[in-house]
Write a protein that binds this ligand. Structure first.
Ligand SMILES: Nc1ncnc2c1ncn2[C@@H]1O[C@H](COP(=O)(O)OP(=O)(O)OP(=O)(O)O)[C@@H](O)[C@H]1O
Ligand SMILES: [Mg+2]
Length: 381
């Protein structure tokens, strides 16, 4: 990513030297290539180095990015698995899966934009500014003023763009999650004949996504409107100054080509960078939504230095156990139960009386409100 900006900014310089040399040559001279060796070699070498570096970057990327995404995916999956059972009944699987899938992609994209776009643009700008200043400080000043106003306009509009891009990204994530959940519960949807209800329900999220997409696009278009006019004024000023400068012979035709090529290159790069700023805002929004999984602490934790459970007979003893789901009424109120090792026990009760909950508590899928559960005399709570 160093060779690409180098080529981008040095190419106009070699073209300038080439044009100036060509203008100084008489037609029909012998061995014109020898006389043009410096700019031609410069152009070819710079291009060749960039090609080699780009292919090398491509190969490194091929190896690095998938592993980078794997590492992030693995970390967030490991942490998610550590959440208690209650976490999964409170959060939709579709939403969780969508966030876990999006986080590695978004992180890689953010890093890629920083390396490939921001870094290259800043480097190209610095080298180009040096070259243009060498020709005439006036062109350096025009370039500096243009970039300063462009960056200021971008920063002024950034808050609006960031905000709308983030809310749009969240709306997409929400919609994707809802679709996955709706398809995942297809049996229930069919059994209760709710297919049209599901479509209507998803339509609410579709409408929301459309609204937020429009808001995000408007924010970008508004900023583009100002930047478009600024670019137009910049082009008019640059060409007027170039013609005046050449008319007074302050600069050569080669200089004209350097300034024109450099300015057009930079304009493209800077426009591209502002587009990438909105991309970054979007990806940060997506990453933030996914990181909420990591910011939620694990509900059930082992004590530090807790010993592994050793099971000999499998004797279970519930000692004055009280339990409720969140702030709901108690399912069990200070119950004590003893089940001997190897003993077979039947749980009988009305639907909703707490049979499944009883088994889940023994499996330590939830924290108790109070009391203890002992397995072979070892406290598991
Ligand atoms: N994850 C949960 N969050 C909140 N309340 C829950 C949760 N799971 C169960 N409940 C409630 O706890 C009570 C006991 O439910 P549980 O599933 O243990 O009953 P059950 O005896 O197994 O019923 P069934 O015979 O229908 O399987 C019910 O009122 C149920 O609504
Ligand atoms: Mg049950």
């Amino acid at each position: 990513m160093i060779f690409w900006p180098l080529n981008e900014s040095l190419c106009p310089y070699f073209v300038k030297v080439l044009i100036n040399k060509l203008l100084s040559l008489e037609p029909g001279i012998n061995a014109p290539f020898n006389l043009l060796a410096f700019p031609l070699m410069g152009l070819f070498t710079s291009w060749l180095l960039m090609e080699i570096a780009n292919r090398f970057y491509g190969m490194v990327s091929m190896y690095v990015w998938p592993r980078f995404r794997k590492d992030i995916r693995e970390s967030i999956l490991t942490y998610t698995q550590g959440h208690a059972h209650g976490y999964f009944s409170e959060h939709f699987t579709g939403g969780l899966a969508n966030k876990i899938a999006e986080l590695p992609r978004a992180c890689a994209h953010i890093l890629d934009i920083f390396i490939c776009n921001f870094f290259s643009t800043i480097l190209t700008f610095c080298i180009s500014l040096g070259l243009v200043l060498q020709i005439n400080p006036l062109f350096g000043l025009i370039l500096l003023v243009f970039v300063a106003i462009f960056v200021a306009l971008t920063i002024l509009n950034m808050k609006d763009i960031n905000h709308t891009a983030k809310t749009h990204a969240e709306a997409i994530s929400e919609l994707d999650g809802q679709i996955v959940d709706s398809l995942g519960a297809m049996l229930a949807v069919r059994l209760f004949s709710r297919t049209s209800y599901e479509l209507k329900y998803l339509n609410k999220y579709q409408t929301d996504e459309i609204k937020k997409s429009e808001q995000a696009s408007w924010a970008i278009e508004k900023a583009n409107f100002y930047k478009g006019w600024l670019t137009f004024i910049f082009v008019v000023i640059t060409f007027s100054t170039l013609i005046c400068a050449w008319n007074n012979r302050w600069i050569t035709i080669g200089d004209c080509s350097l300034v024109t090529m450099t300015f057009f290159n930079l304009m493209g790069l800077i426009w591209h960078s502002t587009f990438h700023i909105t991309q970054i805002a979007k990806e940060i929004g997506i990453s933030n939504a996914a990181l909420s999984i990591l910011s939620a602490p694990h509900e059930i934790k082992n004590y530090p230095n807790a010993r592994p459970l050793l099971i000999n007979q499998g004797a279970i003893y519930l000692d004055r156990v009280t339990f409720s789901y969140k702030e709901k009424t108690n399912i069990f109120n200070e119950i004590s139960v003893q089940i001997k090792g190897g003993e077979k026990v039947g749980l009988v009760g009305l639907s909703g009386s707490g049979k499944t909950t009883f088994v889940h508590l023994i499996l330590r899928l939830y924290n108790l409100n109070s009391g203890k559960i002992l397995i072979d005399n070892q406290d598991t709570s």
